[in-house]
Design a protein around this ligand. Structure first.
Ligand code: NAP
Length: 168
């Protein structure tokens, strides 16, 4: 099973603030939806709760929520208590490419574990204030391919470039 991560990150490393996103990028949301549709996704409990209730679990995907809280319930989602258990749940369902969808803690722990094979990174041309970050500095040693370039317009608050990074 390929272990992929998908993230949108500002030039200053910010990915979120007050448990919410810091921009409206409809075409990036569409990229996220079409890339992850049909796959298992792994999310931290905080990121999961930041998704508006009417949209969760994210449809057409196996939603795996990671929490240390043994009493946690998320109807329609699989709840696990470690990253390892999340990866096992995805693998045992026959998944070929699982997506780590954040947030900051989960990204950091997955990258630290050395188990991530691929990263889909939306580089957002902005430097917002925020309280949650992604370690951009680690990307230098991965093979990169540009997948999409988007100017800012009425659907997208900022310009952005989507790149795919594969472990060398
Ligand atoms: N720009 C983007 O692409 C993007 C994507 C996703 C999220 N975000 C942003 O990121 C922010 C949320 O990120 P965050 O870092 O605050 O939280 P998070 O990573 O979504 O969730 C953290 C929670 O996950 C659980 N957890 C973490 N490590 C664990 C482990 N090893 N074992 C078991 N459970 C574990 C804990 O839940 P319990 O406390 O329940 O134990 C922890 O409090 C929001 O602002 C969101 O909008 C941005």
């Amino acid at each position: 099973m390929l272990i992929s991560l998908i993230v949108a990150v500002a030039k200053n490393g910010v990915i979120g603030n007050n448990n919410d996103l810091v921009w409206k990028l409809r075409d990036d949301m569409q990229f996220f939806a079409s890339t992850t549709r049909g796959h298992a996704i792994i999310t931290g409990r905080k990121n999961y709760e930041s998704i508006p209730e009417r949209f969760r679990p994210l449809k057409d995907r196996t939603n795996i929520v990671v929490t240390r809280n043994r009493a946690y319930v998320a109807p329609g989602a699989v709840v696990v208590h470690s990253l390892e258990a999340a990866l096992e749940a995805a693998a045992s369902s026959g998944e070929e490419e699982v997506f780590i969808i954040g947030g900051g803690q989960i990204y950091a722990e997955c990258l630290k574990s050395g188990r991530v094979d691929r990263q889909y990174v939306t580089h957002v041309d902005a430097e917002p204030n925020g309280d949650t970050f992604f370690p951009l500095e680690g990307l230098g040693s991965w093979r990169v391919e540009t997948l999409m370039q988007q100017e800012s317009n009425d659907r997208n608050e900022h310009a952005f470039v989507v790149s795919r990074y594969d472990r060398l």
